[in-house]
Design a protein. Structure first.
Length: 401
């Protein structure tokens, strides 16, 4: 079906994914793809000289690409709110994990949840994310741990991709935690075999692991990354969240797309990451929710030239938020990031990490994902109770949920 061209125009400004453009702005979307992004006199002339059947005058609204969340854990069952009481009594995240809580509690609940319920819960979470302007979501497995459960979750993500308006990028997080009662050596071999299966069934092109005390060790991670890279997977890792386990060395050695968390990176890692072009994913809501008292050193990393992105790290245990704007507010107040640095870290920067050059930008040839906002470019200064999103277009189609 041929779609009529859609023209969006505003007297307000726009973030095109790379820089702030002052209005007036005109964006022409044809067959779901941006064909023109014009500002100033050219934008006015496009409106005046053409009679588009579908022209929306957006007044003085602020425009951005649909936001990109490059680190989430969306597919899970159960609830872990009870852990807050354990933390208040002095237990750390890693102590709860080692005692069989944390990830293990979610694994048990998710394993007991049927496919239809898991899909429904994930779809509801994606809908909430769209209400806050997020149109592209990376989402991981890791709440199955055992091979068949992990494969089940990856197949559910394929179902979710085919029935959901959002762009969904599944990641195989096979090495999230060691299953209770499993031999470490045997489980590593199981993950290696599963990597082959994931590649053969084209269920994911990304592999992640958790390098941390109580989770996976450096040599185990190195072995897993070697095979994943040989099979063509893009690599990312959870590292440096609670301790420095040489995650920076691992990420650089294997040319990972990103290292996420990074609160305990070594002092020289910034320069090395900038030189290698390896991004760092900042997930600051985790630290506030877990009350660690630590945040990644975003300012130092930016000053070294490191590419950063912001993610919600949505999960049931350490970061329940689904709003990138909440993350942005924390980045503004706690990480010393400027407005434009934050906008970059929610649009084209995470899209690049995910290997999606036509996502997270409003340039010709990009996917027609456009968020229309009240309140100007300081979106993250607005109350978290009410989204400043006025409307959202995905592939040039107005999102109605």
């Amino acid at each position: 079906m041929v779609r009529s061209p859609l023209l969006l125009s505003t007297q307000g400004s726009a973030w095109d994914g790379f820089a702030l453009k002052l209005g007036p702005i005109s964006i022409l979307i044809e067959e779901g793809i941006i064909s023109e992004f014009l500002h100033g006199l050219e934008a006015v002339e496009l409106v005046q000289e053409n009679d588009f059947a579908h022209h929306l005058d957006l007044g003085d609204r602020f425009l951005t690409p649909g936001l990109v969340d490059a680190h989430t854990h969306l597919l899970y069952g159960g609830d872990r709110s009870f852990e807050r009481e354990l933390r208040e009594s002095g237990a750390s995240y890693l102590e709860i994990l080692e005692a069989g809580g944390g990830i293990h509690a979610t694994v048990n609940a998710t394993t007991e949840t049927d496919d239809a319920t898991l899909l429904s819960l994930a779809a509801q979470r994606l809908q909430i994310m769209r209400s806050w302007g997020t149109t592209t979501v990376e989402t991981k497995t890791g709440y199955g741990l055992l091979a068949e459960e992990e494969m089940r979750h990856l197949r559910l993500y394929q179902d979710l991709k085919s029935t959901n308006a959002s762009t969904i990028v599944p990641t195989y997080l096979g090495a999230h935690a060691l299953p209770k009662g499993e031999c470490r050596k045997d489980h590593i071999q199981s993950i290696l075999r599963t990597l082959h299966r994931v590649a053969e069934e084209s269920l994911s092109t990304r592999f992640d692991l958790f390098l941390e005390r109580g989770a996976y060790r450096y040599q185990e991670a190195d072995t897993l990354f070697r095979l994943a890279r040989s099979l063509g997977f893009d690599l990312t890792l959870h590292a440096g969240q609670f301790s420095d386990q040489a995650g920076g060395d691992l990420a650089l050695r294997h040319r990972a797309a990103s290292l996420d968390h990074g609160e305990f990176l070594g002092s020289q890692d910034g320069e090395r990451f900038a030189e290698a072009g390896v991004a760092i994913g900042l997930l600051p809501t985790c630290n506030l929710y877990l009350e660690t008292g630590v945040q990644p050193q975003a300012r130092k990393l930016i000053d070294h030239g490191v590419s950063l992105f912001l993610g919600t790290d949505h999960n049931p245990g350490s970061s329940p938020t689904l709003s990138l704007l909440e993350v942005a507010a924390i980045a503004h107040s706690h990480l010393e990031m400027s407005t434009q640095e934050i906008l970059l870290a929610m649009t084209s920067a995470p899209a690049r990490v995910l290997g999606l050059p036509t996502i997270g930008c409003l340039t010709p040839g990009a996917q027609g994902d456009v968020a229309v906002w009240n309140g100007g470019s300081s979106l993250f200064g607005i109350s978290h109770q009410h989204s400043p999103l006025e409307s959202l277009f995905i592939g040039g189609v107005l999102s109605t949920d």
